[in-house]
Design a protein around this ligand. Structure first.
Ligand code: G
Ligand code: G
Ligand code: MN
Length: 534
């Protein structure tokens, strides 16, 4: 499991969130959309009502203009005409003439002509204008049904008036608003309110009832349209009904994508790529001792991975995952970059060996030679010897091509070593086929050493084989002075292991090279009795 596996514990949370996201967004968007649609309908309804009220006002003023032909005529003469005009024209409850504040003539049957205030059941407004209109609760003849009165006063204190029945307006409001549950009101000149529809109900939160007010530009008419919350909810539910199936599909899609993304994100390959970008890898170097020149002869580069929390990932684990998930090539390229950076600060003598581990897949890769040559160019001025440590496994496939590559690199002064020699599953024939420079004997064989004079058959055989084939030989994992003395005695030229030096980071390596790099390794003598006693 990749190092940052803790992400996985919250994986389901990501997936749930991804699934909820389209739903939550959808619910919000449809609420906004529903509100928007309802508002548009509300505005157009208000405007329709307003224009109807304007049309009625137009016909009232037209009527009054027509009445001016009766100016200065006696009521008895014109009463019949008034009655005809009042009945034949739509909307009108009554029309008539004024003398001062007094109604001098009216189309209404059988009523005593009284004061204007008496007829409209309230004092006339003080407008100071010759033209005015007002919505009123009722008239003397029809006291409990609203109406609108229009009055034109002439300079000689006579005048004309017309009363439109509010029922027309109420019916109209009903017709345009009932199906949507609108509550509508209409007012002329701030007078009595003519209304239709249910009373306002309390709404909740976002979906509380919405009010819209419109005013006429031609007449003092104002209109109010209120949409109850229940209508908003209804519109919202309709929008949801259309949208929800789509949201569900999106939801599923997003969950699948998230799950996929999480899986990818949690793969080793992605963790390793990210770790390279975040510079979590570093290189440690383990010095190699030469028993011939009795000093440090080189170092092996070993990759280290430290997480931001300080935790180290074991190299055998991440290397094997890098190999199986196809990122070992970029990882090794990264290693070479890091090494080239480190090596710029080194001061070593020419022919210092710098070894690094080459994965089988990299060896087969078309970029391999180019990668190594680039590294060689970057550290050219140090005049080091680059050592490629191959595993036996890497030599199995496409041997001829691999051998060609290795020969090419050797022609540029590099050395080829077999790492962990003796542990792979390989025929010894490759010792003849491949251009090898030395073998690194696996520490398993070194561990078998029991005493300086005791034979260690397999180890001895490997050492002899190297001598016969004229290959250099390196003993790995040397941890004791006995092992060291044993190998030196049998002509093993190179030693690597904790006994000589542990792998260390670049800074410590430079300090170590300064202090110990040129010194011979002093070995305590009497290990043989020691070992027998213990
Ligand atoms: O130090 P140590 O624990 O580093 O190494 C464990 C294993 O990981 C060893 O077999 C070693 O060869 C391998 N290893 C360490 N660094 C690298 C590297 O950079 N590339 C490859 N291919 N193997 C490495
Ligand atoms: O590349 P190779 O498989 O040779 O990797 C060397 C590995 O051996 C690294 O993991 C390194 O840390 C480890 N190592 C080096 N010296 C010793 C040693 O003396 N003892 C043990 N146990 N491991 C060692
Ligand atoms: Mn190695």
């Amino acid at each position: 499991m990749p190092p940052q596996k803790r992400h996985r514990d919250f994986g389901w949370l990501f997936i749930v969130c991804a699934g909820l996201l389209p739903l939550v967004l959808g619910i919000l968007c449809t609420a906004i959309e529903a509100r928007h649609t309802v508002n548009q309908q509300q505005v157009s309804t208000a405007n329709t009502l307003l224009s109807q009220a304007e049309k009625m006002s137009d016909s009232a003023w037209n009527m009054i203009t027509t009445l001016r032909q009766y100016h200065h005529r006696a009521c008895a003469d014109i009463e019949e005409n008034l009655q005809r005009a009042g009945t034949l024209n739509a909307y009108f409850r009554s029309i008539g003439m004024l003398q001062g504040d007094h109604i001098s003539c009216s189309s209404a049957y059988g009523l005593n002509h009284g004061a204007l205030a008496e007829m409209m059941l309230q004092p006339p407004p003080v407008t100071g204008k010759a033209w005015w209109s007002l919505s009123i609760r009722g008239t003397l003849g029809v006291p409990d049904r609203p109406a609108v009165i229009f009055v034109r006063q002439l300079p000689d204190s006579s005048g004309f008036w017309a009363v439109i029945d509010g029922q027309y307006l109420m019916d109209f409001m009903h017709a345009i608003g009932e199906s949507r549950g609108y509550q509508m009101t209409l007012q002329f000149n701030g007078g009595a309110i003519i209304s239709s529809g249910p009373d306002e109900q309390p709404g909740q939160l976002y979906l509380k009832s919405a009010q819209y007010r419109a005013e006429s530009s031609r007449y003092p008419i104002s209109v109010n349209v209120t949409v109850p919350a229940t209508e908003l909810v209804k519109a919202w539910r309709q929008a949801l009904f259309i949208f929800l199936p789509m949201a569900a599909i999106f939801s599923i899609l997003l969950m699948v994508l998230t799950a996929n993304w999480l899986r990818r994100r949690l793969s080793w390959a992605d963790e390793i790529r990210r770790a390279m970008r975040n510079r979590q890898f570093s290189v440690h170097y383990q010095p190699v001792y030469s028993t011939d020149i009795e000093r440090c002869k080189g170092a092996e580069a070993l990759m280290r991975w430290q997480l931001p929390n300080g935790e180290m990932i074991r190299p055998d684990i991440f290397i094997s995952h890098a190999e199986s998930e196809g990122v070992i090539v970029p990882l090794t390229q990264h290693l070479l970059d890091l090494m080239a950076e480190d090596i710029q600060s080194w001061q070593v003598e020419p022919d210092f060996h710098i070894g690094f581990n080459v994965a089988a897949e990299h060896l087969q890769h078309p970029d391999f030679v180019q990668d190594v040559m680039r590294f060689a160019r970057r550290i050219k001025d140090k005049q080091m010897t680059i050592t490629l440590e191959l595993t036996e496994r890497s030599l199995i496939e496409d041997g001829e091509m691999v051998a060609r590559k290795l020969r090419h690199l050797q022609s540029h002064g590099m050395k080829v070593a077999i790492d962990d020699f003796g542990t792979g599953h390989c025929a010894l024939s490759y010792l003849m086929t491949f251009p090898l420079d030395y073998l690194k004997i696996d520490r398993g064989f070194i561990n078998a050493v029991e005493g300086l004079e005791t034979e260690t058959p397999v180890l001895d055989a490997i050492i002899n084989l190297c001598h016969k084939l004229e290959l250099d030989v390196l003993g790995e994992g040397v941890e004791t002075s006995l092992q060291f003395a044993y190998l030196r005695q049998r002509g093993v030229g190179l030693i690597q292991g904790y006994y000589y030096a542990r792998p260390m980071d670049n800074d410590r390596l430079r300090a170590w090279l300064n202090e110990h790099g040129r010194k011979p390794l002093l070995v305590e003598e009497s290990h043989e009795p020691e070992l027998h006693h213990s």
